[in-house]
Write a protein that binds this ligand. Structure first.
Ligand code: TXA
Ligand code: MG
Length: 355
């Protein structure tokens, strides 16, 4: 582990330009060098930042679990530069995986497939399957191609905290637990990838994410199943352990009440300092409350993709404000809102359990 804070290597690569900026090769070579020595590099992806190590190096992967404080029972996603690398790591390649990968990679969907012999036990938590993902972030795909190794990478936050969507969030959350941060700017999607189990028929969404049921049905040309919202709990190992309710929570207790206006009014009357994520800033009653010095109103986008992109950065920022409570308007329960609602419900569950 590094003793000092990690270097942050910033690379501005606008989406429209085919070639990366001049300093890219040197930055990637430095990152690849850290990875070859078994170190940890924070990598940008289109969803959230990842905390990466060489997926084929057991000791390096052990470093990820230590840095995050992550239980060894929770398996990691392995990031690849393309579909060919994914097939090499799988023990079998289901037709469903091929269909999803052909239609949606690079992109924010992770396929769970039978694990091949090259994947160490520690990556899969001893399980028979491996989760594979090809991120829609050219810098990170170039890094994987530069190392020639797949990268195991969970989100680059301490276990159970809010995922990072900027290099600054990674630095604030992990500090010297990471050796180097590759800064590719803010993440475009803002919430973690959709995880799909391709070892069952029909394939099953284990974790909702930026690509929804409709996208998967279209890619598969057939049905897709969806796991119950509660991804397991108690002592029983869940099929997607990371989907347990306590994940994705800010430090400040968060609530998603049916009547946010009434709830905020009550909290303020009791003398609390409150943050409120709302899409109803035009409501005159909201405007009246906005005069309160104890209320921080955060206007949120009415469109789901914009909302998702903004959500974690908003929670990170509110966590710095010394508030007693964060109140969030319940978002719609359908379409592109499903994954957002899932993350907010988990954050609210964690808040309640801390009360
Ligand atoms: O967007 C993302 O997926 C981000 C970026 C960095 O790629 N990564 C991410 O990783 O969210 P993490 O570790 O925070 O979440 C991985 C999820 C967890 O819920 C984990 O339990 C599940 O994937 N998972 C990993 N391997 C699995 C497997 N073999 N079977 C079922 N679920 C698995
Ligand atoms: Mg995570």
């Amino acid at each position: 582990m590094a003793r000092t804070l990690p270097d942050v290597l910033r690379i501005d690569w606008p989406a429209e330009t085919p070639a990366p900026p001049a300093q890219t090769a040197q930055a990637l070579e430095r990152a690849a060098d850290v990875l070859r020595r078994g170190g940890l590099v924070a990598i940008p992806t289109e969803t959230v930042y990842g905390l990466a190590a060489d997926a084929l190096d057991e000791d390096a992967v052990a470093g990820i679990f230590r840095a995050k404080g992550r239980p060894a029972s929770n398996p990691l996603i392995v990031h690849v530069s393309d579909a060919a690398m994914a097939r090499e790591l799988a023990g079998a390649w289901p037709a469903a995986a091929e269909a999803i990968v052909a239609a949606l990679w690079p992109g924010p969907v992770t396929v769970v497939v039978p694990r091949g012999p090259r994947i160490p036990d520690i990556v899969t938590a001893g399980g028979p399957t491996v989760a594979l993902r090809c991120p829609d972030q050219p810098l990170t795909r170039l890094l994987i191609a530069t190392t020639g190794r797949p990268l195991a990478a969970p989100s680059a936050n301490r276990s159970e905290a809010v995922s990072p969507t900027t290099a600054h969030h990674v630095l604030a959350g992990l500090g010297n637990r990471v050796d180097l941060i590759l800064d590719g700017g803010p993440c475009g999607r803002g919430i973690e990838s959709t995880v799909v189990d391709c070892t069952v028929d029909p394939p099953r969404i284990l974790r909702p994410g930026p690509l929804g049921e409709d996208d998967l049905r279209a890619a598969l040309g057939g049905p897709v199943a969806v796991s119950a919202a509660d991804g397991g709990g108690g002592d029983e190992p869940a099929r997607t352990p990371g989907a347990r309710p306590r994940h994705y929570a800010p430090q400040t207790p968060l609530e998603m009440p049916d009547d946010p206006l009434a709830r905020v009014t009550t909290l303020l009357a009791a003398g609390g300092r409150v943050g409120w994520l709302t899409t109803h800033t035009d409501d005159p009653r909201v405007r009246t409350l906005a005069a309160s010095r104890d209320l921080v109103i955060v206007p949120m986008p009415a469109e789901a993709h914009d909302y998702a992109r903004r959500l974690y950065a908003t929670l990170h920022a509110l966590d710095q404000r010394g508030l007693e409570r964060i109140v969030v308007d319940p978002p719609p329960a359908d379409g592109a809102w499903v994954a957002i609602r899932d993350r907010l419900a988990r954050a609210a569950a964690a808040g309640a359990s801390r009360d």
